[in-house]
Design a protein around this ligand. Sequence first.
Ligand SMILES: [Zn+2]
Length: 284
Amino acid sequence: MRLPVDPFAIADANEILYKENRSLASGISGCLMKVHGVFGIVYSTRFASEGFRRFTVAHELGHYFLDGHLRHLFGAGDCQHQSEVGFSSAIPIEREANAFAAALLMPKKLFRSASENAGLGLYAIEHMAALCQTSLTATAIRYATLTEKPVAVVCSTGQQIEFVVMSKALKAQHNLVKPRKGSSLPEDSLTSRWNRDRPNGNSVARRSACTVSLASWFDGTDATVQEEVAGLGESGRTLTVLSAESLPTHVPQAQSPSWKYAVRRSPYVKRSTTGHEPVGPSDS
Ligand SMILES: [Zn+2]
């Protein structure tokens, strides 16, 4: 197998029809349809991204191939299933189809070996997105899931965090607490300033980077990491990548929080309430 994987060729090989549609609702990425026993995939053209289209088709293929999905979706005589745009659905079959799509388009072994020499952080993610022909967001989530380096990927809109994905190496750091969905960005972070400066648009070509204290993003132990920010185009979302080649094995505890620090940390919650990790369809 070689990269990129072609989900359209897989649909062809299984006699599944596919077609773009310009009038799907804004929150719908695509549909799987069954008409007279023939399956077809419709994907939205709302986002002008090949990565979005490929992930959407791969997601619908997931519903076709995964055990129990067709029975669940079409068993009662329905002829259409609509899939929602987004990365953090709580619906089990949507999460399974998203995981299927990520694994299909970015196979673990190939992705790991190709990303090992691709640098670090946003640079590596952009390299892998070009290689796999996947969206920046879907690639970033896969990168954080598979890399052995300490990495966190954050998706935000305005001053609000939509989701955070931490790599295994970062999770292994003592006592780190992940910001939960819906909490505020650290107010002095590059990402917060970036989103304040771009209330009406977020060009995909724009990006920025700086070094930052890990403790400004996560309660717990501190270290210096790189914070990189990129616009995600039409979706209006922003991608943040926090990364380092490595972190100290025994890092000191963060300094006692000042009053201001404590107020800024207040939206953060304990590890057990952080919710689902996103594996969802692309939006850029
Ligand atoms: Zn779906």
